[in-house]
Design a protein around this ligand. Structure first.
Ligand code: CU
Length: 692
């Protein structure tokens, strides 16, 4: 049994029931759900239009997962009600840092979906080996890298793919080529995606949803006698791209990720795995290139420079494998904004002036972590995966500055610059999963965990009220708090999995209690734009519970039915103040599900898919979250493979052209008064791909 991410330190020892949902041809990213009953080809057997969007779109097909959609390329991963920095995400083994203080470039947006080879999601309590701060879950995306030759000669491999979608007149083109023998591999890829504002119904477009991105990767791989080495560079150049749920749009996100890994299989169960990354990105956003808003023109220029190193050793221990590892990373953030403001000059005249503010100056957040994990059989039919991790987080921020003449901003600034901003957090994570094969058709799994998360730099260092809060998109204005504690979650997960030759059903129940959950609390300040009280990040207590379920039935060789259902509830515990009785947490997906009937025969495939979202009335009071109406969408998908490796995909999404709003989407222009952003109307799409 081979680890899914053999080279990344985040690699997990494969457990007996890792099921690989190999979604048909290689042109589609493979979705791997660790510890899932998801059968081969459950959802996503047919090419869909997600090739025109980011990898995060794939999460809608993963039990318990979802996407906070802040823009066409800005999909923030959500898992069982937790999202953003609460979910650990690695890209090619690197824990990438966002250059945007408002998460305009969440990690899963770094590699376009057509260049993503595999997305792995840990279901239930994520093992400690899956990364530092796997607080709300753990996900790993890997880019396509070509393959080594199987014979003695030189072989080439690659992918070429194009696609078009009508709803936004969007297209993409992707090419990856690799030349390799059985020991060496060189590869190069490039992609381009572009689309206009999408149609939300017959006659209307949703403003601010155009997108434009180019990406390329290049790399080299080596394998011989148990040694594997790889070096990879991935570059992302996102141009004018809307993020309607945020106060500004992307003018650009530019930069790249260097990643190198090495592993050595020493036989007899011993293995060494290392991974290293370095990343440097620049970003510019503004509120007047793509959108037309009342109020002052603003722009914000940001930079990130980050790096990390991981090392793990696997060794046989009792009847299983013991892994011991260290992880560390560092990130440096800077952010400067400029706002046009009317100012009263000393002579009494009013003049429009540009006011510069250095919001985040030499902000640093470093993590040092060690872990140990054991996986093996403790009895016949009884598997245990148990681990512990210790993490030390250190963060600091340099002096901020502003040209603003507002007295409140200058008071905040003086207070921040005279405060001690060096913060350290020490955290111990533990996770254990016990899996019992009751018989060949029935498994039971119990998971227990204690997971921690240190505050983000925005939660600590946002020294005056602002909306750059990690893609929260709730329309509110926030202030940071230098006295925040880290969050500690106690997690319980119980899964059942019945399966026989023709059918499966696998429900999973979970309960999480979170001490010091970080959420906004009202201050006495009122925001100037009428969006209610200014909130400050604060520690509260919270609980999450719910169930996610997957099921399927194979009628005949050609006909199949698959379905999934997700329910999660998040509540504050022991609240006080004006919203004490209104305890629901923010941005929790309503009850939702999907069902698909698939027909497959001799190179042809067709599917009808129904997606359903219930009303969401359990909304957060503290940030005046708005309720949403439920909806049902119908999608039709087809696929035809005329020759080996050539796949034509086509379909219609939202066949009935229903105007609908997603509870996890935000408000137009980050303003609750504008109502929620509409999701795309009917989309007719076609894709063509060739793999060799
Ligand atoms: Cu931004």
């Amino acid at each position: 049994m081979k680890t899914e991410l053999s080279l990344a330190i985040a690699g997990v020892l494969a457990v007996p029931l890792v099921v690989q949902a190999d979604v048909g041809q290689e042109q589609l990213p493979t979705i791997v759900v660790e510890g899932s009953a998801m059968r081969a080809g459950t959802f996503g057997t047919a090419p869909d239009s997600s090739g025109l969007k980011d990898t995060a779109s794939l999460l809608k097909r993963v039990p318990g997962a979802n996407v906070n959609r802040n823009g066409p390329l800005t999909g923030v991963a959500s898992y069982r009600g937790m999202f953003g920095n609460r979910v650990n995400i690695s890209i090619d083994g690197a824990n990438m840092k966002e250059v945007g203080p408002n998460s305009m470039d969440p990690p899963l947006s770094h590699i376009p979906a057509p260049l993503t080879g595999k997305l792995t999601v840990h279901r239930g309590v994520a093992p400690v080996s899956s990364g530092i701060e796997s607080f709300g879950g753990s996900m790993h995306a890997e880019s396509k890298k070509g393959r080594f030759a199987e014979g003695d000669g030189v072989e080439t491999s690659g992918t070429a793919s194009i696609g078009y979608g009508s709803v936004d007149d969007g297209y993409y083109g992707v090419m990856l080529g690799a030349v390799a023998n059985k020991n060496h591999k060189l590869y190069l890829s490039g992609s381009k995606e572009q689309g206009r504002d999408y149609r939300k119904d017959d006659n209307n477009k949703q403003d601010d949803t155009q997108y434009d991105r180019e990406a390329f990767t290049a790399g080299y791989g080596f394998q011989q006698d148990g040694h594997e080495f790889g070096i990879n560079y991935s570059n992302n150049n996102t141009g004018h791209t809307g993020t309607p749920a945020l106060p500004m749009d992307i003018t650009y996100v530019r930069g790249g990720l260097y990643d190198a890994n090495y592993s050595w299989d020493l036989d007899n169960g011993y293995k060494v795995r290392t991974n290293m990354f370095y990343q440097k990105m620049r970003h510019l956003m503004d509120n007047n290139t793509l959108r037309d808003v009342a109020g002052p023109d603003m722009l914000n220029r940001t930079r990130v420079e980050a790096g990390g190193i991981d090392l793990a050793v696997d060794m046989p221990f009792y009847e299983g494998v013991l892994t011991v590892g260290v992880n560390g990373d560092q990130a440096n953030h800077d952010s400067d904004s400029a706002m046009d403001m009317m100012m009263t000059m000393p002579n009494g005249m009013n003049m429009m002036r540009t006011v510069n503010t250095n919001f985040f100056n030499r902000v640093e957040r470093d993590r040092y972590s060690v872990f140990s994990e054991w996986t093996g059989n403790i009895a016949e039919d009884l598997m245990l995966d148990i681990g512990a991790r210790y993490t030390h987080t250190w963060s600091d921020a340099g002096d901020a500055s502003t040209e603003s003449m507002m007295s409140m901003a200058n008071m905040d600034l003086a207070k921040f610059n005279s405060s001690n901003r060096k913060k350290t957090f020490d955290e111990v994570d533990v996770a254990g999963v016990l899996r019992y094969a009751v018989n060949s058709e029935f498994d039971v799994e119990v998971g227990l965990g204690r997971k921690n998360r240190a505050p983000t730099y925005q939660e600590l260092y946002l020294w005056t009220n602002n909306k750059a809060v990690g893609g929260f998109a709730d329309g509110s204005t926030y202030i940071g708090d230098l006295d925040l504690d880290h969050e500690t979650a106690y997690q319980f997960d119980l899964g059942f999995d019945w399966h026989n030759e023709n059918a499966y059903i696998a429900p999973r129940f979970f309960y999480h209690y979170v001490y010091d959950y970080i959420q906004g609390e009202a201050t006495t300040r009122m925001s100037m734009d009428g969006s209610g009280p200014i909130l400050q990040w604060s520690n509260i207590d919270a609980q999450f519970y719910g169930v996610d379920l997957e099921a399927g039935y194979t009628f005949t060789e050609n006909w199949r039915f698959d379905a999934g259902l997700n329910y999660v509830r998040g509540e504050r515990i022991n609240g006080s103040g004006p919203h004490a009785s209104d305890t629901d947490l923010y941005r929790i997906a309503p009850l939702n599900g999907r069902a698909q009937v698939t027909f497959e025969q001799a190179g042809w495939m067709g599917a009808i898919e129904g997606v359903f979202y219930a009303d969401q009335g359990d909304v957060a009071g503290y940030n005046e979250e708005q309720k949403t109406k439920g909806y049902i969408l119908m999608n039709l998908r087809g696929k035809y493979e005329p020759y080996q490796g050539v796949v034509i995909g086509t379909g219609i999404e939202n066949v009935l052209d229903l105007e609908h709003e997603d509870h996890l989407g935000g408000y137009t222009n980050h303003n609750r008064d504008n109502g929620r952003i509409s999701m795309p109307g009917r989309n007719i799409y076609a894709t063509l791909s060739y793999n060799w």
